[in-house]
Ligand binder design. Sequence first.
Ligand code: ADP
Ligand code: MG
Length: 891
Amino acid sequence: MPPTSPPTAVTPSPQTSPSGSGKTKVTMMDQFNAAKKEAGDAIVFFRMGDFYELFGTDAEVASRELGIALTSRSKGADAMPMAGVPVKSMEPYLMRLVRAGFKVAVCEQMSDPRTTKGIVDRGIVRVVTAGTITEEDELDARSSNYLAALMVDGKRASVAYVDLSTGRAAASADLDLARVTDEIARIAPAELLVPEDLPRTAPDLAEALQLDLGPRITWREPWHFSRESALRVLKDQFRVGTLEGFGFDDQDLAVCAAGAAIDYARETQRGGCDHLLRLEKIDTGQHLVLDRATRSCLELTQTQRGARREGSLLDAIDSTLTPMGGRMMRDWLLSPLRDVERIVYRQRGVAEFVDGPFLREDVRSLLNGVLDIERLVAKLSTGRVNARDLNALSGSLRIVTPLRTKIAGVYSKALGDLSDALDPLTEVVESIDMTIVESPPMTIKEGGVIAAGISSDLDELRQIAGDGKAWMARFQGDAIERYGIPGLKIGFNSVFGYYLEVPRGQVKQVPTDFVRKQTLKNAERYITPELKEFEDKVLRAEERAKDMEYEIFNALKDQVAAEIPRILGTARSLAEIDVLAGLAQTAATQRYCAPTVDGGDTIEIKDGRHPVIEAMQKDVTFVPNDTTLDRKKRSVGIITGPNMAGKSTYIRQTALIVLLAQIGSFVPASSAKVGVCDRIFTRIGSADDLSRGASTFMVEMVEIANILNNASTKSLVVLDEVGRGTSTFDGLALAWAIVEHMHDVVRARTLFATHYHQLTELSDKLTGVHNLSVAVREWDDEIVFLHQIIEGGTDRSYGIQVARLAGVPDALIGRAREVLRDIETDSDDLGARILQKRHVPDAALLPPGMQLGLFDNEPSQLEKTLAEIDVESTTPMEALQLLAKLKELSR
Ligand code: ADP
Ligand code: MG
């Protein structure tokens, strides 16, 4: 793409002060117009004294969104809508606008109005957008707030993402364009930067992103994504001459994506990005790939209904204690590993904490007091840190030394490495503890922050201020006695400083050298030269002490900021220790076992349980079940059984156990062997997804096409009631053909739960297909669910019994039975008839990739059309059209 030349760097450009010169008189509205121009599409909060004022359309938007009063600035031709929020309570207003999808530019007064003659300078100090929030109050402690950027070139793409609230920056190795939406869904960015020309270069992707993210997309001019601009930004940000150290080649698309993200971060923060220290390379090839549908189906981080965390896998297994640990736990869950060695490395770390309950308890009680170090560091870097934050930081770092001692004797390499990576940062902790008082105020300019003994100058000023006050108390006592005015009091106001107040009834006693300043109803107020002399001294000392405290605080802040890389490194190690210990805690309390993870083809689970359902239904004992899958005799398992029997639970628990094993966790089973998977695919038939504007059956088929095209022999595929979204016969036909295709062509390890009991006949023909069913006890025409998976299929669906259990009226149940008998006499041998038509050699023995004709006997037009379909190259849209055609032919 030809980069248009970048405009001049965007920096705060306060108006040149007109004060004194008197030549070009800049008005406040000139300043506003300049700020508005610079802010682009952002709403401008324009500081005027104690308020941020909004003008014009900004005011109208804010009035509508925030419910604040809309007034008018001046009248007549100059009239302009105006609204304002108080400076003291601006944060909630600002955040509400940002949450609603707006950007807000904060335009501050750049000089002190008290000391400025004429109009004060103003300039934009910061632009707040959804992806660049750093206020921890506004963020969920346990998830990251990502600003992401997308770069596309032909069929390749990369996504980079930055969390300004924690300092994490990462970019994907170049990806296939088809994988982009999944990767973006994994990252779940609060804001995504997209080049403005994407609708032209990749229209389908642009449309899909619009649908998914809508207002979270920020369109940027394409030059921000140019290699030239990106390299300049990245080299400057990371102070490197090349990105090779991070594992990137200058030619990678990741460079463009990361450059665009960091460029925007710096533009909005106006500096304050010092905590972005390195760029992590995310090689999705190293990870177990989970597409969006699978993540949502398996309810990894939120439930499908209601999008709640409670009820998700994350909620069931997350026992971390620190916010950093919580975020890392979430990241691990969303990108499990594929490399056996790395998995085992983590697992040994977990095992050490499982085997050592005392070690675990000690470590966890230390971690319990650790606050969000990453977000404190972000505040430090963006200049919004106060004394309490520094105390919080030192309090959190203080546990590092004892923690290192605790894990000094460990044997696992993971914990050993983590212990080595912990930096106690003793000087930082000591400086903070020495310099700042125990409970400082929120403000850093009003004094009371710096401890005694840090600066002799400060101590002296404080002494003078303190002495002055004692002197005044004495002065008051003396005056009362000397002049015989018992009601005399010393007071203070901002207009004329300290004064002596005498009740009206005693003014006769007042000596002549008192100067009267103010008359009240019941009293007179006076000053004396002696009083004023001391006042000067005291007040000046107080002011100077405050200034000096502020200086000392800033020096300390700079000293701590210089150690940001070490602090963040330690925070990351603490997070990882927290995750390992947390997984161990879950394993110990939930009776999980250490799985054997290897590069083989077998998945063998004994007494597997569903981690979430088991945890949620406290009063029912969960019935454990076994799973055996391999790539020869048991590559495809067909699970039949009545509704509510536990089919879905069973196939999902298998996927979840594999996934947990691949993040390095223990698993809910008595033993497990997991041959690593490259991908897990999960699909539920007729999953309602109307919000995305697609018909349910269409969505189902799109997802099936995705699996058939992308699953490999190393994948695990879990299909639940696929083919349900259409009429019984074409649903069955599709389900049937899918099982054959999985078995013959894709050859991934597959579990298929279905209510089409006809599918069980496939096991007779296909060597790798085996049947499973869920045991039920029939009792006087009623059924009892045993939730026990047994070998062998079932030839019934028990739908009518389930309907009866659910309370459907008896008369209706009776009629349904009659109808069923009629239908079954017609169609019971359906499966057998289809099989007769399939004169094919045992497909499992054929080389992979070879597709078999389904129907070899005098094919009808319908069958010919079916046979000609090349599923792998059929787009979802074509599939739908084909289906319509097939239906047409079948009539
Ligand atoms: P199906 O898919 O066969 O209709 P589900 O898997 O949805 O059935 O299970 C229905 C309910 O049965 C679950 O919500 C759960 O409460 C219970 N259940 C399933 N499997 C088990 C089990 N192994 N042990 C105990 N209860 C189970
Ligand atoms: Mg089900």
